[in-house]
Design a binder for this molecule. Structure first.
Ligand code: CP
Length: 315
């Protein structure tokens, strides 16, 4: 693997999932692989799980890790080619990416959507500039439009908990007081489409995701109908793609409650976290036996570790 910024970097998702599950059983088996190799992590946005699980994954492989909260501690970066840098930008990504590449063997970056301009966000200015100018492999720790490490952890979790060959997996929009990116939902769809699961997406009208990503995936606007016979419910809020970045609904009827879960085939409840309790999902669901959000978060380590392993092996 030469980089990991989307599903396009994965040759076979089912095989990668199996390899991650095997690695989880013996996480220190490759602790020599990363010896004297450095993972550099740049955060333009906050994180709990991504930051800690990716560090742990690197440590399991014997790597050293350097982390920078670049928005707070670094120079303001300029991304425009040919920019006359008279304004905020103090350092161009051309130099920054090459300089950082001299300090690390793998570079991982988190840079969220700004949700102001869809074309700009979907052009992936930050991550694609680092891919272009860095001289080491780049990993996405969540970009403007995708969260591929989260989606890999989600695929691992579904594989571990599924009780049938083709489980029904429902991605359900849920309300949220703030406008959130589509990144987690986009990657979840892209990844789960590449498994043996039956995927259904449910959301209020106006929350349709990018057509290209949704190709071949049914949308059911009636959440109750979508939940019928589901084996997994994956809750996530996202802001509108069509009316870009807008909150079109805060309809509390979309909160995941016990009553909703009772429509399912005793489904497991998933969420990428962090989650707002009793806004996105009721306590009764999150604290229930069917909630698998904690083992799901644990799998972030093994998702990151299998990706780092493949990058270190260039396999
Ligand atoms: N799910 C996830 O990416 O969590 P963090 O934002 O805390 O890293």
């Amino acid at each position: 693997m030469k980089k990991y910024t989307s599903i396009k970097d994965v040759i076979s998702l089912p095989i990668l999932v199996e390899e991650a599950i095997a690695l989880k059983k013996n996480p220190f088996a490759f602790e020599q692989l990363g010896k004297r190799k450095v993972l550099g992590m740049l955060f333009f946005n906050p994180s709990l799980r991504t930051r800690l699980s990716t560090q742990k994954a690197a440590l399991n492989l014997g790597m050293d890790v350097i982390v920078m909260n670049i928005s707070n501690d670094g120079w303001v970066l300029e991304f425009e080619d040919g920019a006359v840098m008279e304004n905020n930008g103090a350092e161009h990504v051309k130099e920054a990416a090459q300089v950082i590449s001299q300090y690390c063997d793998v570079l991982a970056i988190r840079a969220f959507a700004e949700l102001k301009n869809r074309e700009e966000d979907y052009a992936e200015k930050v991550i694609s500039s680092f891919v272009k100018f860095a001289t080491v492999p780049v990993i996405s720790l969540e970009s403007a439009t995708g969260h591929p490490l989260q989606a890999l952890a989600d695929a691992i979790t579904i594989k571990e908990f599924q009780q049938k060959e083709r489980p029904k997996v429902v991605l359900s929009w849920a309300p949220h007081p703030r406008a959130l990116p589509q990144a987690v939902a986009n990657s979840f769809v892209e990844f789960i489409k590449n498994t043996y699961a039956e995927l259904v997406v449910t959301h209020p009208k106006g929350y349709e995701l990018n057509n290209e990503i949704m190709e071949g995936v049914p949308v059911e606007y009636d959440q109750n109908k979508a939940f019928a016979d589901a084996d997994f419910i994956y809750a996530k809020n996202w802001s509108s793609y069509t009316e870009y970045g807008k909150i079109l609904s805060t309809d509390k009827n979309w909160i995941i409650t016990n009553a909703k879960m009772q429509l399912t085939n005793s489904a497991k409840f998933m969420h990428c976290l962090p989650v707002r309790r009793n806004v996105v999902v009721a306590d009764e669901v999150l604290d229930s036996e069917n909630s698998i959000v904690i083992p799901q978060a644990n799998n972030r380590t093994y998702a990151a570790q299998i990706v780092l392993k493949k990058i270190l092996e260039n396999a």
